[in-house]
Write a protein that binds this ligand. Structure first.
Ligand code: COA
Length: 678
């Protein structure tokens, strides 16, 4: 502790009454005295602890008493002596520690000490090591942060001292990987500093196996060939309608992939008009990607052939590996692939799409609406939900990638590609686990500075986590650790599938806000209240409207309307009122984002509202004013068409909900804050 500058109480070891006296003189009263014996673990049970010793005479008595009690407790115990320790106390008790997480490795923890940490689970985690700001964000990140800041007139504790200890603990466990668990509990936090009164360290055997990692350059080389292949082979291509090997062939052909397509089938000479080859090694010319549609048991042999052919990625659609308990076969395939220099996508996947190359390497429905969103999923069902949502909402997509068992290629490889991919502006990932949490965080931290990354982490509940482990053959990590570490990486976590898709669809369309002032303009008071609630949920701050601006808004709204924020223009208003107030909201530089609450009347029908809003927003954009604008549309079914129209004009609009558009705006703010843009 001393070496890492972690303050602990003054203390010393006494083996006689005289030594007790000199230690008390040095430390000052009161002191705590504790038996020191390798044979006595539970000191209190042995009568080996006396606290609050106030004088030299009492300390001498306590010494005799402790030694006598210890001998009575265990006559054969070796007694090293009695520790005399400065009594610390007062202030707030906190806990600072570290555990070795199966996914992320060393993580540090901070929370209030005592019963609270257990009952309220008010604890926060970060990946170690960490910088000063991250350490500070832990002190300020627990629910009870206000207690430390001096709630209700109490004296605030020295939060910098706490951040210091957190940072030092993170450094210490990083330097000593053999420390599996580490607890400073309690740490007394006062206005003057922090002092760790008790320390517990658990060691393991010290063997730390780091997962295989590739350099960024190697990853990019493979990913580039996977996403932009010059030619692909289908191992197990079939002429028989309805077979997976036939569907993949059709998708490649009908999707319009312009590169070479080579069916591999030992029995066929031609499939769907393409010359077939008995083995991939028989194909003339280079092949970048091999898509496997043969049963699991044939994969191993064909991987060796892929290696011989110089294929860089094998896309393994077949099931029947770790997810069904056949871990051994998967490990054999992974080992063979490694030996032959082939990287693996899957197994147990639907394949992947990359629209800039018209590449539909999958047996599901083809997709061709190009755009800036790249999506990945660990399961086929989620993959197809992504597809259906994308199609109905006309969401432009750059890639959809199945990851399945993630025996090799995982989110971190894909992020590395999408980070530099000009066709991708935003990434959304459904995941059940992370194979290499550290590598993911490292890549995500870099990536989220440039483009938003949305993650839907399945297994949020204990029951969900159990289902996840049977699904992928991997253990899902503790959710609180995931939650905190993903935030540390700047990732936006989506609570559900629809939220992930809403964020993915909306984020690339929305400009980055320039400040925190959000204003609600609504035609319906009820929507205004719900929109305000949604703002709080989404971590948005409603602007305190200054009197001059309030007056300006008042000029447009009827006397029975309400200014302030939300600005309630009231229900019966004509298009001109919507137009004037939205224009004012856009043009006043103190306002940074607008939330519109429209409701359907004959006076201002949905399409009239949509058209005027798009026009006013476009006029502002032409003047260089581009603010995030989201809209909630309440009304008859025409509001659906109006919402679509608004989306086409880069205004995030959702019918029949106050929560969804605000949540998307909240996601944009979370990203902008994490990326340091606000
Ligand atoms: N190289 C090339 N082709 C081979 C081969 C080899 N070594 N061995 C067999 N083939 C051919 C077969 O002859 C067959 O062609 P044919 O139709 O001309 O006879 C073709 O490859 C496919 O083999 P087949 O035995 O017919 O398999 P299948 O089509 O019934 O099933 C899978 C193969 C991969 C679809 C199946 O095993 C599977 O895993 N299905 C589940 C897929 C899934 O759900 N994935 C997850 C989605 S999220």
């Amino acid at each position: 502790m001393r070496r890492y500058g972690i303050p602990t109480p003054a203390e010393g070891l006494a083996t006689s009454q005289d030594e007790v006296v000199s230690l008390v003189k040095k430390i000052g009263t009161p002191v705590a005295m504790k038996i020191v014996s390798p044979d006595i673990l539970h000191k209190t049970d042995a009568g080996g602890v006396v606290v609050g010793v106030d004088s030299e005479a009492d300390a001498k008595d306590a010494y005799e008493k402790i030694i006598a009690n210890a001998k009575k407790y265990d006559a054969s115990a070796t007694i090293t002596g009695v520790q005399v320790q400065q009594m610390v106390g007062g202030g707030q008790e906190v806990i600072i520690g570290s555990v070795t997480d199966p996914t992320f490795g060393k993580v540090v923890a901070f929370g209030l000490g005592g019963v609270l940490v257990e009952v309220l689970k008010d604890i926060t985690f970060r990946l170690a090591p960490l910088d000063r700001n991250e350490a500070r964000s832990m002190v300020d990140g627990i629910k009870a942060a206000e207690v430390l800041q001096g709630a209700r007139g109490a004296e605030p504790v020295d939060r910098e001292a706490l951040a210091d200890v957190i940072q030092q603990v993170a450094a210490l466990v990083t330097d000593f990987p053999e420390i599996s668990e580490f607890d400073l509990n309690p740490v007394f936090a006062t206005a003057e500093g922090a002092c760790a009164a008790d320390i517990r360290i658990l060691l393991d055997d010290g063997e730390v196996t780091e997962p295989d990692r590739y350099s960024q350059q190697d990853i990019l080389q493979v990913m580039n060939r996977m996403m932009n292949p010059r030619s692909v082979a289908v191992v197990g291509a079939s002429a028989e309608d309805g077979k997976i090997g036939n569907s993949v062939m059709k998708n490649l052909q009908n999707g319009g992939f312009a590169g070479g397509i080579y069916p591999i089938n030992p029995k066929a000479t031609e499939i769907l008009g393409y010359k077939a080859y008995p083995s991939i090694t028989d194909v003339p010319g280079e092949i970048d990607v091999a898509i496997f549609t043969v049963p699991a048991k044939f994969v191993l042999a064909a991987i060796a052939e892929c290696g011989a052919k110089g294929v860089s990625t094998a896309v393994l659609i077949p099931s029947g590996f770790a997810e069904t308990g056949n871990v051994e076969l998967q490990e054999e395939v992974v080992a063979a692939a490694k030996q032959h220099g082939v990287r693996l996508l899957g197994p147990n996947i639907y394949g992947y799409y990359y629209t800039p190359q018209n590449l539909c390497a999958t047996f599901c429905t083809p997709y061709d609406v190009r755009g800036g969103v790249a999506l990945t999923s660990q399961s086929g069902g989620i993959g197809m939900a992504i597809l259906g949502y994308s199609r109905t909402t006309k969401m432009g997509v750059s890639a959809i990638v199945g990851l399945g068992n993630k025996s090799d290629i995982d989110e971190d490889d894909l992020l590395t590609y999408f980070e530099q991919d000009e066709n991708t502006q935003c990434v959304a990932m459904h995941l059940e686990d992370l194979k290499d949490g550290k590598a993911f965080v490292e890549t995500a931290k870099r990536m989220t500075k440039k483009k938003p990354v949305v993650v839907l982490k399945a297994g949020r509940t204990a029951l969900g986590a159990r289902a996840a482990s049977s699904h992928t053959g991997a253990l899902a990590g503790d959710d609180k650790v995931y939650d905190d570490v993903l935030r540390q990486a700047g990732v936006i976590r989506a609570p559900g599938l629809n939220d992930m898709l809403d964020y993915a669809r909306g984020l690339p369309l929305m400009p980055t806000p320039k400040g925190e002032n959000v204003v609600i303009i609504t035609g319906a008071g009820g929507s205004g209240v719900l929109l305000s609630d949604a703002c709080v949920e989404a971590g948005l701050s409603l602007m305190d409207i200054p009197p001059d601006l309030d007056e300006e808004f008042r000029r447009y709204i009827p006397p029975f309307g309400a200014s302030g924020n939300p600005i309630d223009i009231t229900g019966g208003e004509p298009p001109s009122t919507y137009e004037a107030t939205i224009r004012l909201g856009l043009e006043d530089p103190r306002i940074h984002a607008l939330i519109l609450g429209y409701w359907h009347t004959i006076v201002t029908p949905p399409m009239v509202f949509a058209e005027l809003t798009a026009r006013v927003v476009n006029e502002a954009r032409a003047k260089g004013i581009d603010k995030p604008v989201v809209a909630s549309l309440a009304g008859d079914t025409e509001v659906e068409k109006a919402s679509d129209y608004l989306f086409e004009h880069r205004i995030i609009a959702h019918p029949y909900t106050t929560e969804r558009p605000v949540a998307v705006l909240g996601a944009k703010y979370r990203w902008a804050r994490a990326a340091g843009l606000l």
